[in-house]
Design a protein around this ligand. Structure first.
Ligand code: AP5
Length: 214
């Protein structure tokens, strides 16, 4: 099962990726998490990416395509994978197609910008696992601590309102055209396209996805 989760920053892709990963036993490939891991390791690529990410812009297609190519060639992707945050531009989607990587489902998370800005202000993350919480809508069992490891949760550097608004602008300009791109592919029978109301509560979105994917 190969799935693309498509949607604006904060639309809930990472939250549902954790749910789908546990339910279907396929890995989550989050380009954002991969970049944040490179930043933590202090690699040259990570340091260059940090400046771009903190400014709310997209990292170059070349770097991202290289990262994903390498990742999906690993053995744990043999049965499928969940792409979370990739592709984000038409060249990234074209690169995937040109390399013969087809996907079974493209799932669009639709959430208005104002809801997203509010969500991001309450987001807390566990960097080591990629688990995501919200202080009100999806709180951890113990405030400020990850449910499974008990480690501290953190606020992402790019979750400041000003940066979130910039990221939303970049999304509308560079990523939203992928909606038409994949609807087109679905019409040609190359994938299945699904639209999802991402303003529903977390559990309702998970139930929708379970019903959709079986
Ligand atoms: P990335 O890490 O991919 O961030 P993003 O796409 O901006 O998405 P997020 O992880 O911020 O949001 P999400 O949809 O996963 O929402 P979440 O589940 O956390 O990218 C970061 C940066 O890396 C980019 O800006 C770019 O610079 C670079 N980058 C990454 N990929 C790239 C690529 N392919 N090309 C170029 N550059 C790239 O939910 C958000 C909050 O809402 C949480 O608090 C959550 O608990 C809460 N929530 C979730 N669902 C619900 C719900 N249904 N109801 C209420 N609250 C909810």
């Amino acid at each position: 099962m190969r799935i693309i989760l498509l949607g604006a920053p904060g639309a809930g892709k990472g939250t549902q990726a954790q749910f789908l990963m546990n339910k279907y036993g396929i890995p989550q490939i989050s380009t954002g998490d991969m970049l944040r891991a490179a930043i933590k390791e202090g690699t040259a690529m990570g340091l260059a990416a940090k400046q771009v990410m903190d400014a709310g812009q997209l990292v170059s297609d070349e770097i991202i395509i290289g990262l994903v190519k390498e990742r999906i060639a690993k053995p744990d992707c043999a049965k499928g994978f969940l792409l979370d945050g990739f592709p984000r531009t038409i060249p990234q989607a074209d690169a995937m197609k040109d390399n013969g990587v087809l996907v079974d489902h493209v799932i669009e998370f639709d959430v208005p910008d104002d809801v997203i800005v509010e969500r991001m202000s309450g987001r807390r993350v566990h960097p080591a696992s990629g688990r995501v919480y919200h202080v009100t809508y999806n709180p951890p069992k113990v405030a400020g601590k990850d449910d499974q490891s008990g480690e501290d949760l953190v606020i992402r550097d790019d979750d400041k309102e000003e940066t979130v608004r910039k990221r939303l602008g970049v999304y509308h300009e560079q990523t939203e055209p992928l909606v038409g791109y994949y609807r087109n592919q679905a019409e040609q029978g190359l994938t299945q396209y699904h639209h999802l109301d991402g303003t529903q509560p977390v559990e309702a979105v998970s139930t929708f996805l379970s019903n959709l994917l079986g």
